[in-house]
Design a protein around this ligand. Structure first.
Ligand code: NAP
Length: 268
């Protein structure tokens, strides 16, 4: 039996176990997916221990996505983003991937939303904002990052300057969103309360809006976007496709996307 899992803290309410185990059942893969909360001071030992125990693959979530880079051989994308969310223990040295990046692009592709050559605004410059900005810029979009803390947007833009990413405060939304093709909410706004990081009057029918928030599935931003005639993509699509990409890297099999999607949405 193969063992896969998720390391992070907290992980007890993670949606990854039902999503991955539904795929194992569908394809007859003899595997289990477990959740693990390592001692943060012993992350390196935890990764080496998992490798020694024959664990086949691990997902990595908050707060370990950056720290785990030092304990794996990162893919070029994981290195560029500065975060790993998927480890493959197959090679002699464990390889770290960033499938959150694929989560963004594949969620948009699923909804026939073009990226290459499009004008994109990412709201948020935290972990999800970094991944989304890199994903879109690497796929050929012209990306602007708007963030509450202006310095953080500036630092991200400087880091991704080669990809043409710009950054500024939230007031830059007024100018950027009306002419944008793509909008990604990568802040946590909309999760705790019925709030939106983007004023409704800026949204328009030429826009595709991806909200990284997946609880609730229908955020105020997505409601406002639908009312403005925009294409909407909820955060579960992003979560689904980072899992699909991890599954495919680990098993080298095409993932049963519909089965994984049903299992995920059943939990939300
Ligand atoms: P994070 O690293 O803590 O970053 C949080 C971001 O939200 C920062 O840009 C922060 O701005 C901004 N923010 C927080 N409160 C705000 C407010 N009241 N007004 C304006 N901006 C505010 O968190 P993260 O890991 O990037 O996660 C962000 C969201 O994405 C969460 O809801 C998370 O669940 C979701 N997410 C979803 C997926 C998925 O697969 N669907 C994957 C990853 C994350 P400052 O820099 O100014 O603090």
């Amino acid at each position: 039996m193969h063992v896969y899992g998720l390391v992070g803290s907290p992980v007890e309410h993670s949606l990854s176990p039902p999503m991955h185990e539904a795929a194992y059942e569908e394809l007859g893969v003899d595997a289990r997916y477990v959740t693990l909360e390592p001692d943060s001071a012993r992350l390196g030992e935890a990764i080496a221990g998992a490798d020694a125990l024959g664990v086949a693959g691990l997902n990595v979530t908050v707060p370990f996505k950056q720290d785990v880079l030092a304990h794996v051989d990162p893919s070029p994308t994981a290195e560029a983003v500065g975060a790993v969310n998927t480890i493959d223990f197959g090679p002699a040295t464990p390889v770290g991937y960033n499938t959150d990046v694929d989560g963004v692009t594949r969620a948009l592709e699923h909804h026939d939303v073009p990226i290459d050559g499009e004008s994109a605004v990412v709201v948020g410059a935290g972990g999800a904002g970094r991944g989304a900005a890199y994903a879109l810029a690497d796929a050929g979009a012209d990306v602007h990052v708007a963030n509450r803390t202006v310095e953080r947007a500036g630092a991200l833009a400087a880091e991704f300057a080669d990809l043409g990413v710009s950054g500024d405060g939230l007031d830059s939304l007024d100018e950027r969103v009306p002419t944008a093709d793509l909008l990604v909410n990568a802040t946590s706004v909309g999760m705790e309360e019925d709030a939106t990081p983007v004023p409704a009057e800026l949204l328009h029918d030429g826009l595709a809006v991806l909200d990284a928030v997946y609880a609730p599935l229908e955020t105020r931003l997505l409601r406002d976007a639908a009312a403005a005639g925009a294409t909407t993509v909820d955060g579960a699509w992003m979560l689904l496709y980072q899992g699909v990409e991890a599954f495919e890297r680990w098993t080298a099999k095409p993932a049963p996307v519909d089965v994984m999607n049903d299992a995920l949405r059943h939990e939300l």
